[in-house]
Design a protein around this ligand. Structure first.
Ligand code: 5GP
Length: 352
């Protein structure tokens, strides 16, 4: 018989974080760096646990240099050639601790990861990413990569449920990437009807992963700095952002001028735009599961980064968390019907 789960699953917009009595007065007292020790490898990593998404507009070498200044991470997209990686590695040896090499699950992808890792020992993260992390091909690929690279920090996804988070950790993943359908240019929920509200996906997967000494990335669906804080409060160890970082001077994407106003293109990696660019078009047996949007040019990305980091610091002072790691312990969520007053329109608060 068809099953319907009737416990309520929530999204970022369904909750607010309740303020707590706190000794913290200034945002300066908050430490937004975390040090991680991982499940399978002996490696540790210290930095600000926010990751630019492995999309060809946001997971670029150009942005990686900027995010590294803030000790953040960039999941570099999988469409750079090995020789482009060679140049990047040669010219930026000091920031390799802040990049992830992204890969799909084909034999060619595997070979390419091996070729990139041969160039340097200083890249620690491999991000194995497929849209449907429930496919058994992912588990098998994660095991293969774990065997080849016992010392690397392996990210695998995307999934949204406890049991799959556990399966991926047991296959060799240190970090599980969580999110099916929440992305700003994702149409999976519309095209397939599949998905899970992102905050609940994070809460469920964090519970499973932390029980196994693993970690999770909350990937997709953050529209504001407040959503980033909600993801951390829900138990995300890292938060991955695409749309928030797209549309800036420094992000990749064609600029389009309409009636004198400048826009930058941002599109899903399963959109027909991306498929035309990287695989010669949409194959006739599949539908595109992403869309293309025009973002009014946002100016410099530095301001956006500072707004997000400032927002997270401020959340910490409201709930009395001295560091990001304490956020889930300190936070309690309140279910709400409305999160903002929209009488003067709706804003993401980032470009004011
Ligand atoms: P955003 O921060 O823009 O809300 O979400 C970024 C995330 O959306 C990415 O990290 C990735 O997981 C997801 N994503 C990117 N492109 C596509 C796509 O074409 N289709 C789907 N379903 N998800 C996408």
């Amino acid at each position: 018989m068809t099953r319907i789960a009737d416990d309520i699953k929530l999204d970022f917009d369904d909750v607010l974080i309740e303020p707590q009595r706190s000794e913290l007065f200034s945002r300066k007292e908050v430490n937004i760096e975390r040090t991680f020790t991982f499940k399978h490898t002996k490696e540790t990593w210290t930095g600000v646990p926010i990751i630019s998404a492995n999309m060809d507009t946001t997971g670029t070498f150009e942005l990686a240099k900027i995010f590294a200044e803030y000790k953040m991470l960039t999941a570099v997209h999988k469409h750079y050639s090995v020789s482009e990686w060679e140049d990047f590695i040669k010219n930026n040896p000091s920031i390799l601790n802040h990049v992830m090499v992204s890969t799909g699950v084909s034999e060619n992808d595997f070979q390419k990861v091996k070729d990139i890792m041969k160039i340097t020992n200083d890249i620690k993260f491999i991000c194995i990413d497929i849209a449907n992390g429930y496919s058994r091909i992912l588990e098998k690929f994660v095991s293969k990569v774990r065997k080849e690279f016992p010392e690397k920090i392996i990210v695998a996804g995307n999934v949204v449920s406890k049991n799959m988070a556990e399966v991926l950790h047991e296959s060799g993943a240190d970090i599980v990437k969580v999110g099916i359908g929440p992305g700003s240019v994702c149409t999976t929920r519309i095209i397939t009807g599949v998905g899970m509200p992102q905050l609940s996906a994070i809460i469920d997967c964090a519970d499973a992963s932390h029980g196994l000494k693993g970690h999770i990335i909350g990937d997709g669906g953050c529209k504001t700095a407040g959503d980033v804080s909600k993801a951390f409060c829900g138990g995300a160890d890292f938060v991955m952002l695409g749309g928030i970082f797209a549309g800036h001077e420094e992000s990749e994407g064609e600029i389009v001028t309409i009636e004198g106003k400048k826009f930058k293109k941002y599109y899903g990696m399963s959109s027909s735009t991306a498929m035309k660019k990287h695989s010669g078009g949409v194959k006739n047996y599949r539908a595109s599961e992403g869309k293309e949007v025009l973002i009014p040019l946002k100016g410099s990305i530095h301001k956006t980064i500072q707004q997000i980091l400032g927002g997270v610091r401020s959340t910490c002072t409201y709930i009395g968390a001295e560091k990001i790691k304490e956020m889930p312990k300190r936070a309690s969520f309140i279910r709400v019907n409305r999160i903002v007053n929209t009488v003067y329109g709706q804003s993401d608060g980032l470009n004011l």
